[in-house]
Write a protein that binds this ligand. Structure first.
Ligand SMILES: C[S@@+](CC[C@H](N)C(=O)[O-])C[C@H]1O[C@@H](n2cnc3c(N)ncnc32)[C@H](O)[C@@H]1O
Length: 380
């Protein structure tokens, strides 16, 4: 198995985040082979896959391709999978689990497909080494991923294991928080230039402001994570991984900012949660916190972005009250945020109409199963 040459890497993401992920991968210097709503395909070395696990903010998992073949029966899967030199990939004294996406007429229960693949790997080990690794459902160690669509099987090493969508600094989620990968994607798709002010009224647990601060100083989510699936592969060398991490950290530019990041909320508890999360993320000194009505949020003179994620009636808040809030947000953007780009991230387009400002862009997103929009307003 050649881990040094360029190979197919599939980076999976939450539905609809592929556009932000595509832009993120392009910024990191990758050429995009294909992008669909749940995944972006690129080409890279195994070292690239490890670095992506550390750096990516908008992704879920990084999959490293190991084999492709045709199968029209579970026994074909078994036969072909058994030919793969698993003893060169997985540790015989280790542990692995199987994950999959299967859509075809040969397998009705995904678990049966997974079992067939697990048997092929275990039997290959027994044949070659008279011993086999343990298996189970935990994704804390090595993970093999199978994508079996109609007659085509693709096998991957899931180099992440547990999803990298959670960035690991949020010890207290507060109420109705944004997922960290979604917050990062919202910022990535906004017009924020990472040189001007970033204002986040209604900050809740602070996810947007914290992600903005992490982006501003070049701190990656990997800083908060100690375990990836690739660390349980036979080829893993901890000294190499340490060197890669040190190289990434040495590229970091700054720990201070010459613009403001402001997070405010009417709820004292929310602001205290946001401050606590920011402290854990190591960026509390970079964010000005305020407990106030959103209309009283300090808007520094100059340029920047103001990003709102108000309640939208699905999980919290009453619609009539929210209609008033959305109108007041529109008034605030118009009257107080001159020179800024305003953003509202919402899952309720009826409420968005109450803002009363003309949108410049309307970017589609999903928050879980809820279809959302990031609405952009240019404020002159
Ligand atoms: C959907 S939550 C924001 C979640 C946040 N993006 C996060 O990741 O945790 C909306 C927040 O708006 C705050 N809020 C509601 N009405 C407000 C008002 N009039 N002024 C300021 N904050 C308000 C709530 O306290 C709540 O924390």
């Amino acid at each position: 198995m050649d881990f040094n040459s360029n190979n197919k890497i599939v980076v999976s993401c939450s539905p609809g985040l592929n556009i932000a992920l595509t832009h993120e991968l392009e910024k990191l210097g990758f050429e995009i082979v294909k992008s669909d709503p749940k995944a972006v395909i690129i080409s890279g070395t195994f070292n690239d896959a490890m670095k992506l696990n550390y750096k990516l903010r908008c992704a879920n998992r990084v999959l490293w391709h190991i084999a492709s073949f045709r199968a029209i029966h579970p026994n074909h899967l078994y036969k072909n999978a058994r030919k793969i030199p698993w003893e060169e990939i997985l540790n015989v004294d280790g542990y692995f689990s199987i994950d999959s996406f299967i859509k075809n007429k040969f397998i009705r229960d995904t678990r049966f497909g997974n079992l067939k693949l697990k048997d092929a790997i275990a039997d290959r080990f027994m044949e070659k080494m008279d011993k086999r690794p343990d298996t189970g459902s935990s994704k804390d160690q090595a993970v093999v991923f199978m994508f079996w669509m109609n007659e085509d099987v693709e096998l991957f090493i899931d180099t992440s294991g547990q999803s990298i969508a959670k960035h690991g600094y949020r010890k207290n989620p507060g109420e109705a928080p944004l997922m960290e990968n979604l917050a990062a994607a919202i910022i990535q798709e906004s017009n924020w230039d990472v040189k001007s002010h970033f204002v986040n009224p209604m900050c809740g647990s602070g996810t947007l402001a914290i992600e903005a601060a992490l982006i501003a100083i070049g701190n990656f989510p990997g800083k908060f994570r100690t375990n990836y699936s690739f660390q349980h592969l036979k080829s893993y060398n901890s000294a190499d991984w340490k060197k890669i991490k040190n190289e990434i950290e040495s590229e970091k530019e700054t720990n201070t900012l010459d613009f403001k990041i402001i997070a405010s909320d009417i709820s004292r508890k929310a602001v205290s949660t946001a401050r606590e999360n920011a402290k854990y993320a190591g960026v509390d000194h970079l964010i000005d916190f305020q407990v106030c009505e959103f209309e009283e949020t300090l808007i520094p003179a100059g340029k920047g972005v103001v990003v709102f994620n108000p309640e939208y009636g699905e999980r919290m808040g009453e619609i009539a009250q929210l209609e008033k809030s959305y109108k007041l947000i529109g008034d605030f953007l118009k009257q107080k945020c001159n020179g800024y780009f305003g953003y509202i991230f919402t899952g309720n387009l009826e409420l968005a109409k109450k803002v009363g400002l003309r949108t410049k862009r309307r970017l589609p997103f999903y928050n879980g199963k809820i279809e959302c929009r990031l609405l952009e307003y240019e404020l002159y």
